[in-house]
Design a protein around this ligand. Structure first.
Ligand SMILES: Nc1nc2c(ncn2[C@@H]2O[C@H](COP(=O)(O)OP(=O)(O)O)[C@@H](O)[C@H]2O)c(=O)[nH]1
Ligand SMILES: [Mg+2]
Length: 680
């Protein structure tokens, strides 16, 4: 493998902004593909999965590595749709620069903002590529204003478009003083046209003033009237990008392609080299450590994507953080403490791949057929080192799934396991209470894709609503005498148990005690009473939901020396619970989730009102991760947020996000019982 300077670039932004097309245009300009594939024909390199080809949309991240004018470029193309944000964030962990592909017709959209917040949190250097300037109703000026209003004054134009819409044909450079004309299809050096000269000169001054503050000496010279040279200006931009104090804005059209070669040049000249903007964060034996990109260090690699290929098996994409990784090296996975031998190392361009012998610090490489290796794992010499990554988003939307026929069960289970390996934001679990297999993920679209994939694999399955795991308990103490008596032929059955019941605190479970004295029930048979009660509890109370949180004390009873058996006392125990429920009734408990909703302040009132109408109890509000946003913390009955993700998105123009986890159980308001019973 070459020892060329490396650039790891993640493409992010709203769905449909042109990321995959931009990656394709880069491959075309670099001569990797002879003609440009198209997303809409299913021929783009980075949308290679059958489901992506069918939908004309990226669903998972893709890596495309290629050489560009003395550099090795690793492009990570990510899906833009909200439900796949976890993939895009994983891609960010492997990148040193995020290119925000923003649409010149729509300006900044919801997912651009969500990803910007993630980049900010991760401290990732950013630049913006205003794409689609050939489109009708596109406008660089309007898009630039939208960028400034959403991302602040630190976005700085480094280019201006020549022409607009159908006549868009080139780029004026604000760093230097020339222009590139693409009228012939290839880029040709040109002069800035007269009618753009004033704008270009204003833009240049604005750019210089935006970055010169970063260098005291150059600032002083500038204030005295000496402009920084082109090289100095480039270095200032480089430093400012590194420090996340400036976000350069470039422009073009991925489809034409116009400005794409210039974007690549800019990334090579200015974009941070691996590790330049800071080390990765890790932990070693509970202590925080920094993992710097260091070719001389011992090997450390971060797995940022797992894919399962029909031919290659499991593919683990890794960013090498330290040292050099060679084929056949053995590294340790700090999560499992297992040794993993890297039999095959490969470099990928979409689905295309070729074997490589090694990868140095800063590079991206893939290994196949590793053992128990998942996305987010660290492979290193150092057995205790773990590189920190953003955990996958917690699932917020679930459905129940089951095979249509018993013969399909294994196929369904193994397909779901495969999907969950490839996509950590997809979770499959068995619900012990409702006995459903629950498939949960980031939203409706996420699960729709899973269903389409299963269909494509010819697996017959059915989807149902996810049942809410209601429970029951006793509302007050009860005291019963339960009798089981049966006389049939030879051996009879006889058992009497006197049992006191009392409700326990939420989450306390089930307790059983004996206060039987004087051998009223033989010692060895008393636990059978407890077991009978427990079995009856799991079979459900008056409304059929499992019973929990109660204490039963067997304090007296009767037995018969011949006819009393363990079975008899077990049955008496189950009668005891039924009698207790008849005596004092049963209270239905509903699960309550703790919900954290992050929204722009403008939507806060609507979101609070809506949470209130869902019987939510807000217990805190604090500033969110980005300026002008808030996080609302609330406890909301789980039944009320089954499709909250859909409603929240429509309430907030797609910008609101939330997470939820089970919090506790609370009594279901009596008025809602009929509704629950009708639904279940
Ligand atoms: N006219 C025009 N269409 C574009 C451009 N870039 C992408 N497209 C089209 O926009 C659609 C979405 O592009 P795609 O690359 O899949 O967007 P992604 O979701 O960001 O990956 C496709 O039909 C592309 O052909 C562009 O610069 N100009
Ligand atoms: Mg795409």
């Amino acid at each position: 493998m070459s020892s060329q300077p490396i650039r790891n670039v993640v493409l992010v932004g709203h769905n449909g902004n042109g990321k995959t097309t931009l990656a394709e245009a880069m491959l075309y300009r670099a001569g990797v593909v002879g003609r440009m594939g198209r997303v809409d024909d299913g021929t783009a390199q980075c949308d290679h999965d059958p489901e992506e080809k069918a939908r004309h949309q990226s669903l998972s991240l893709s890596v495309a590595s290629f050489d560009w004018r003395g550099h090795r470029i690793n492009i990570i193309d990510t899906p833009g749709y909200t439900d796949f944000v976890g993939e895009a964030v994983n891609g960010m962990h492997a990148a040193d620069l995020a290119v925000f592909v923003v649409d010149a017709v729509s300006g900044v959209q919801a997912q651009d903002q969500v990803m910007w917040r993630h980049a900010e949190r991760l401290g990732l250097p950013r630049l913006v590529f205003v794409n689609g300037l050939d489109r009708e109703r596109s406008s660089f000026e309007r898009t630039f204003e939208s960028l400034q209003s959403h991302f602040g004054a630190h976005v700085e134009a480094v280019e201006l478009p020549l022409g607009a819409e159908a006549s868009f044909h080139g780029i004026a450079d604000l760093v230097g003083d020339g222009a590139l004309d693409y009228s012939s299809g290839e880029s040709a050096a040109a002069a800035v046209p007269d009618e753009l000269a004033d704008d270009a000169s204003d833009g240049h001054i604005q750019l210089v003033e935006g970055v010169v503050e970063g260098d005291d000496e150059l600032l002083e010279q500038y204030l005295e009237g000496t402009e920084p040279s082109e090289e100095q200006l480039e270095r200032l931009i480089h430093d400012a990008v590194d420090h996340r104090s400036v976000f350069p804005v470039l422009c073009g059209s991925a489809a034409k392609p116009i400005g794409v070669d210039r974007l690549l040049d800019f990334i090579c000249r200015v974009g941070p080299a691996p590790g330049e903007s800071g080390p990765a964060e890790g932990v070693r034996a509970g202590e925080p450590v920094e993992v710097a990109i260091d070719a001389a260090g011992s090997p450390v690699a971060l797995v940022f994507k797992t894919r399962i290929d029909d031919f290659l098996g499991q593919i683990s994409f890794m960013k090498v953080l330290s040292g050099t990784i060679r084929a056949n090296d053995t590294l340790v996975n700090s999560r499992t403490a297992n040794k993993e031998r890297l039999h095959n190392l490969m470099s990928f361009t979409g689905a295309e791949h070729h074997a490589v012998s090694q990868a140095a610090a800063g590079d991206i490489v893939a290994a196949t057929k590793l053992g128990d290796v998942r996305t987010g794992d660290t492979l290193a010499d150092d057995t205790a080192l773990k590189v920190l990554v953003t955990p996958p988003p917690t699932p917020v939307y679930g459905v129940a799934i089951h095979a249509s026929a018993p013969a399909q069960e294994d196929k369904l289970a193994s397909a779901l396991r495969r999907f969950a390996t490839e996509d950590p934001s997809l979770v499959i679990r068995q619900d012990a209470t409702t006995r459903q297999t629950v498939l949960s993920g980031a939203g409706e679209a996420h699960l729709r894709v899973v269903r389409a994939r299963l269909d494509r694999m010819g697996i017959d399955f059915e989807i149902e609503d996810m049942k809410i795991a209601y429970l029951e308990t006793l509302p007050r103490p009860a005291d019963v005498e339960a009798k089981h008596k049966k006389q049939s032929g030879g051996h009879g059955q006889f058992a009497v148990a006197m049992v006191r019941f009392e409700p326990l605190a939420r989450g306390a479970g089930y307790e059983f005690d004996s206060e039987v004295t004087g051998g009223a029930i033989p010692r060895g048979l008393i636990p059978a009473v407890g077991a009978g009660i427990e079995e009856a509890m799991s079979n459900g109370g008056r409304h059929g939901f499992p019973m929990v949180d109660l204490r039963a004390v067997c304090y007296d009873g009767k037995h018969h020396s011949v006819d009393s058996s363990e079975m008899s006392f077990k049955i008496a125990g189950s009668h005891a619970l039924k009698q207790a429920v008849e005596q004092v009734g049963s209270a239905v408990l509903e699960p309550v989730s703790e919900v954290h909703v992050e929204v722009h302040d403008t939507y806060q009132g609507d979101v609070l009102g809506d949470l209130n109408s869902r019987r939510g109890q807000v217990f805190g509000t604090e500033p969110g991760s980005a300026a002008g946003t808030s996080v609302i913390h609330a406890h909301v009955p789980t039944s009320e947020i089954r499709s909250y993700v859909i409603d929240l998105r429509s309430m907030t123009g797609g910008t609101g996000t939330f997470s939820a986890e089970h919090h506790d159980y609370q009594p279901l308001p009596h008025a809602l019982l009929a509704r629950v019973m009708a639904a279940d």
